[in-house]
Design a protein around this ligand. Structure first.
Ligand code: ADP
Ligand code: GLC
Length: 486
């Protein structure tokens, strides 16, 4: 099968969150299974210098912007996955992030930047196959590429099949309705059964409405987004799409994330050498300026510091553990108020709370390895990857029972002798604190903690199952697209 993945991030070239890990690892797994895969990604600043360009292909001016676009063909470094890098310098060659400028403000022309990404994908997927590679299915990810399903549907018959994966429904790609013309959407698409969303347009909706199949990244999140509470305005549409909407649990790249071979760690280890993990713990304490103490657990947290991630819940419930000597190692960046609240905790707990702001891939590995327990107190979590990395690194997670966290972590007290972590329900500091206490009590009983560690490390979190599930969805999408054109 020829699959064109379209995304705004893919490791190792560009990453702000789990999307980037998923796009590359899924593509590699599909490739390993015999499929032919390309990943279409914007050529943000500096990205072309990090790859070897095999050839270039002129795309013309797909969106009528008055500037040409082209594709640079390369391979995603460290993988065998072919990348098609969409070059349009006025839109993508800028200092700043993929979505925001250096001050953290959304780029004002994000509608154009990502409409171009989707339009390029649609152009590449046309039957005439300008790259000489006839696409069977276009797999779009999140709002940044969802519009490809709209373009192909509006162009009509004989089109490639389309699949949209929703990684986070909260990011709907909302813009003023006046921009409809600029993104080359027909006026008729501004309708409740189209792009219209509470008086604005939502680019995500193009995929929710027109993609042949819609997936999201865990079965529980797939259920949650069909309820008024979790659906945040899209639940009616998602229910209406019926069986076309499915949840497929994310996997992880278990070669890149392997504590036995991880080059970022002071010491490799596996489930038979858990003692060696203590070397990583000590190295982490040293690196972060935490007291080199043995008799209290190190709690790790890596992620976006936002309301979604429940950072405030954690802060509200952490004090009892800190008073008992627990240490907290945090890596992340996000909302200024949360960063400030965390910084205040650091100041109040020297040697016991450490915060590293910003993005640091290698340090994240050292926290997964060096911590004793890992915190994921998310209010909602479509899938979540950090709890999977933590379990793989023998660091039992404390998570809220929501979305993919509910699907991947088994509570040790609810399933004695079968748990992989600790789970709480209410999005409240007290509920988090109670689960954390249970985790710490287990940690103090070393053989018990090790049993939980080993079960997490034995989990099968690779992509094989997920890739097979996506392959079935692609087949369904191809059949649906074919049925439409007869
Ligand atoms: P989300 O995509 O909602 O942010 P996920 O758990 O799916 O959450 O994925 C987050 C990914 O980004 C994980 O691979 C995590 O390790 C990584 N990550 C998040 N923040 C940082 C950071 N500050 N430094 C390094 N890696 C980070
Ligand atoms: C989103 C979600 C996260 C998920 C990731 C990859 O960023 O917030 O839960 O793991 O996408 O699918």
């Amino acid at each position: 099968m020829r699959i064109l993945q379209v995304a705004s991030e893919a490791v190792p070239l560009c990453k702000t969150g789990g999307l980037a890990d998923v796009v590359t690892a899924l593509s590699q797994a599909l490739l390993d299974g015999g499929d032919d895969v390309r990943v279409l990604l914007p050529a943000y600043r500096g990205l072309l210098e990090r790859v070897e360009i095999e050839r270039r292909f002129e795309l013309g001016d797909p969106l009528g912007l008055g500037v040409p676009a082209r594709i640079a063909c390369a391979t995603l470094p460290g993988t065998r996955v072919h990348a098609w890098l969409l070059q349009c310098d006025p839109l993508f060659d800028r200092a700043g992030g993929p979505y925001v400028d250096e001050q953290g403000r959304d780029w004002l022309d994000n509608h154009l930047r990502f409409a171009l990404l989707a339009r390029a994908a649609a152009t590449l997927a046309l039957a005439s196959a300008p790259m000489g590679w006839a696409v069977d299915v276009v797999h779009a990810h999140d709002w940044q590429s969802a519009l490809v399903a709209g373009y192909l549907a509006w162009w009509g018959r004989g089109r490639a099949a389309t699949v949209l994966t929703v990684h986070n429904l909260q990011f709907a790609g909302r813009f003023a309705p006046q921009l409809l013309g600029a993104i080359a959407a027909p006026p008729s698409s501004y309708a409740p059964a189209g792009l219209e969303f509470y008086g604005q347009i939502s680019l995500l909706k193009a995929g929710l409405v027109w993609a042949d199949r819609v997936t999201t990244v865990s079965p529980t999140y797939a259920d949650e987004i069909r309820t008024p509470e979790g659906g945040i305005g899209f639940d009616g549409l998602l229910r209406h799409r019926g069986a076309a909407v499915q949840g497929i649990l994310n996997g992880i790249d278990d070669r890149a994330w392997d504590p036995a071979t991880d080059a970022a760690l002071a010491q490799g280890y596996d489930a038979t050498r858990l003692g060696d993990k203590r070397v990583c713990r000590l190295a982490l304490q040293r690196e972060l300026g935490l007291h080199e103490q043995d008799d209290a657990p190190v709690l790790g947290l890596v992620g976006r510091l936002t309301w979604q991630k429940g950072i405030d819940l954690m802060l509200g419930g952490i004090d009892v553990a800190l008073a008992q000597g627990a240490q907290l190692a945090i890596l992340g960046s996000g909302e200024p108020e949360l960063e400030a609240a965390l910084a205040a905790r650091v100041a109040a707990n020297p040697g016991r709370v450490a915060l590293r702001r910003g993005y640091d891939e290698a340090l994240s590995h050292r926290i997964f390895a060096g911590a004793d327990l890992f915190l994921v107190p998310s209010r909602f979590e479509p899938c979540g990857l950090t709890q999977l990395y933590a379990m793989r690194y023998g660091t039992p997670p404390v998570v809220r029972r929501t979305g993919g966290l509910a699907d991947t972590v088994r509570d040790e007290d609810e399933h004695p002798g079968a748990g992989t972590g600790f789970v709480f329900d209410a999005p409240e500091p007290g509920a988090f604190a109670a689960a954390l206490q249970r985790a710490i009590t287990t940690w103090r009983d070393r053989p018990h903690h090790e049993a939980v560690q080993r079960r997490g490390m034995a989990g099968q979190f690779g992509w094989a199952r997920g890739a097979a599930a996506y392959r079935r969805v692609y087949e369904e999408a191809i059949a649906a697209a074919r049925a439409e054109s007869v």
